[in-house]
Design a protein around this ligand. Structure first.
Ligand code: SF4
Ligand code: SF4
Length: 502
């Protein structure tokens, strides 16, 4: 008898000659692929998600995980995922969920943009010999400054500058809540943020007491579920973020199943143990820019005027929405593109709603400049930042800084298998099962994440040097230093970028 009309995606195999029956694969797999059959390891390949934990921990390299060659007949129109989802829906009547960002082959604009370099008449700079400034301040900037002499005779600002968040590099860790990821994963982010002089974001799950010592490197988030929100929480970080939308699932809310709500998550979110944590699609007190303004200023008053960020998903009219957000008083606009990651989203939403961050960012930066309010707020671009080249291109398209989520999780072992919503992550990242979360040692994995940020920092300095500039500020919105390859004139127009050769 068949178990499902959808064949397994992957074939897990063990070389029986190499296998020494140590059972590490059984211990390491969070999905229950392996079991002990008395004299050998048994394999249930239907459960395999290709997270590769078993492969890495097999001492004999006896395990191989292959894409199942027995897939449906190749068809350019009826793709594998179309047929598989129909079969799954016919079996369950449900909505197929997924994790991580969309993997559909839409054009990746970052890969069609190339960065300029100095030659002959405009000398490049050697970052190993010259200082390079990557420090970035997020927040409202005054349109002009007045300088006056203080009582001590020294020059000073006539009016205090608006509050800013200082970043040593223009990178922050994207919001990922306790509940959707483990506390150890959050500790990795917090430790790395503190070490690198940047910030992490709590996401909508409240702030666990173990993270309080990292408060100078934390942005706390207020989302539609209001989990964990109280005056202490609002004042715990360096800024507060109002989450309106998420790039991976624009227009819909969130649902963290009760199995992922053990005691500590429940306490932090201020909800009962084992209950589903439902985040409504809209914020029930925000139906207009005026409503948003009220919430922004309520938070500012509750926090003695800390910066307030507003996070939105990149959608079709994102430029007009961003303009309204800035006029409502936000200090930061956080744009999350449709390739942004998620712990759980209906795959139909993740793969078909929203727009890429590259389009959204260029449109928002353009609109804010045209309206003369670009200085009123910083822009954070997120949703598919994969390398320091993406960081540089995003900044040239108009971002002040970028948010990285998936890249940070990859340093913790994530292989982007996309099964976060099951709560069985073998790497201990998107799970609350204690035996799995215990394997994510915060100190060990923080070191890896710190290494990544340091490596990208060096690469960014190399890029700036090749461009002949010594400050990241000089790259911001500097689209003249980008060229497009293989992009149509409409896309180039939206990006504000010339084609290569011009
Ligand atoms: S981890 Fe490798 S060697 Fe150990 S039982 Fe599994 S397949 Fe065999
Ligand atoms: S966090 Fe874990 S479950 Fe999610 S994609 Fe990465 S490896 Fe898979």
């Amino acid at each position: 008898m068949f178990r499902s009309l959808a064949p397994p995606e992957y074939l897990a195999t063990i070389d029986r000659v190499k296998c020494i029956r140590c059972k590490r694969c059984i211990q390491n797999c969070g999905w229950g692929v392996y079991s002990w059959g008395g004299d050998k390891v048994l394999i249930d390949t239907f459960k395999c998600v290709k997270c590769l934990r078993c492969y890495h921990y097999c001492p004999e390299e006896a395990i191989e995980i292959k894409d199942n060659p027995t897939r449906f007949k190749q068809n350019a129109y009826w793709g594998y995922n179309n047929i598989r989802n129909i079969k799954k829906q016919a079996e369950t009547g449900g909505i197929p969920l997924t994790g991580m960002g969309s993997d559909l082959p839409y054009t990746i604009l970052f890969d069609n943009l190339l960065i300029d370099a100095c030659q002959v008449t405009n000398p490049s700079i050697d970052p190993l010999r010259e200082p390079m400034e990557l420090r970035t301040y997020l927040g409202k900037k005054p349109s002009s400054v007045k300088i006056e002499k203080g009582k001590d005779g020294k020059l000073k600002l006539a009016e205090p500058a608006p509050p800013q968040i200082k970043l040593e590099v223009p990178i922050i860790f994207s919001p990922m809540s306790y509940g959707s990821i483990s506390l150890n994963a959050q500790k990795v982010l917090a430790t790395a943020a503190r070490e690198c002089g940047i910030v992490m974001n709590t996401g909508e799950g409240g702030l666990h007491e173990d993270l309080v010592p990292y408060r100078k490197n934390i942005i706390v988030q207020v989302a539609s579920g209001r989990f964990g929100v109280n005056p202490d929480y609002l004042n715990a970080g360096v800024a507060v973020e109002i989450k309106i939308g998420q790039g991976a699932k624009p227009g819909i809310g969130g649902h963290l199943p009760g199995e992922k709500i053990p005691l500590e998550v429940a306490k932090t979110r201020m909800i009962p143990v084992g209950t589903d944590a439902l985040s409504p699609a809209p914020q029930h007190d925000i139906y207009s820019i005026e409503d948003l303004r009220q919430l922004i200023y309520a938070i500012k008053e509750a926090t003695n005027y800390k910066p307030v960020s507003v996070k939105i998903a990149a959608v079709h009219n994102v430029a007009a929405i961003a303009s309204g957000i800035v006029r409502a008083g936000a200090d930061i606009v956080y744009l999350d593109g449709f390739r942004g990651g998620t712990g759980a989203a209906p795959s139909i939403i993740r793969d078909h709603l929203g727009i890429p961050i590259e389009h959204a960012l260029a449109a928002v930066d353009d609109r804010l400049r045209q309206e003369g309010i670009r200085n009123e707020a910083s822009i954070i671009a997120a949703g598919g930042i994969r390398s320091s080249a993406d960081v540089a291109k995003a900044i040239a398209l108009g971002a002040d800084a970028v948010g990285i989520g998936t890249a940070a999780l990859i340093t913790m072992g994530c292989t982007t298998c996309g099964k976060c919503y099951t709560g069985n992550c073998s790497w201990g990242i998107t799970t609350q099962r204690p035996e799995l979360t215990a394997r994510l040692d915060p100190e060990v994995y923080a070191e890896r994440l710190i290494n990544l940020i340091h490596a990208w920092t060096h690469e960014l300095k190399e890029i700036l040097g090749a461009l002949g500039i010594n400050s990241i500020e000089s790259l911001r919105g500097n689209r003249e230093r980008l060229r497009g390859v293989g992009l149509d004139s409409f896309t180039l127009d939206i990006l504000g970028v010339k084609p290569a050769g011009r």
